[in-house]
Design a protein around this ligand. Sequence first.
Ligand SMILES: O=C(O)CCC(=O)C(=O)O
Ligand SMILES: [Fe+2]
Length: 210
Amino acid sequence: MLPHLLDEDICEQIATLWSDPSRFRSHVHMARHGFGQGEYRYFSYPLPEPITGLREQLYPPLAAIANRWAGRLGSGRLFPGTHGAFLEECHAAGQVRPTPLILRYEAGDWNALHQDVYGEHVFPLQVAVLLSEPARDFEGGEFVLTEQRPRMQSRAEVVPLRQGDAVVFPVRERPVRGSRGDYRVQMRHGVSRVRGGLRFTLGIIFHDAS
Ligand SMILES: O=C(O)CCC(=O)C(=O)O
Ligand SMILES: [Fe+2]
């Protein structure tokens, strides 16, 4: 968790962008695709300044983790030191569409457990920032992570976010140390049912989409 990553004003500012369609390249109704219920919109380039800044500032320390994970999982993949350099790799491979998004949930909405993979180039960590305040703006709607270890039942964890808090989590898998070395644990994330009010999230994914 990254507590207080954004202050209240910035959260409100970003949530307000939702109603400006010119900022976005697409609008998804989750129920139409079996993704749950609720809506999200992917930003178009150029991204709003605070979001470009977040992508650039959050990337380098996460790339250091990503590179350690790559070593432990024997993937041999090395991530460059800056987000700009990583985006060039995505773009050269045809992954050119921006992936940062705003999600909007009202009463009854939820987000099915999923993984945000959009092509061959996958940066293994992503960030979600809660833009609304639990209890004040909405009820329910908890951020849920699940992990699936080989030959074991899935385990769930709820991340108790407040407005402006961020969670950093694995896109697809993470290494876990076992008695015979590291093994891969499959991760998924989603949101439990919103019971009332309005909940907005900012999703920051570091790879672009094909
Ligand atoms: O609304 C949420 O908390 C989950 C958002 C999400 O799926 C994402 O950021 O990729
Ligand atoms: Fe997601």
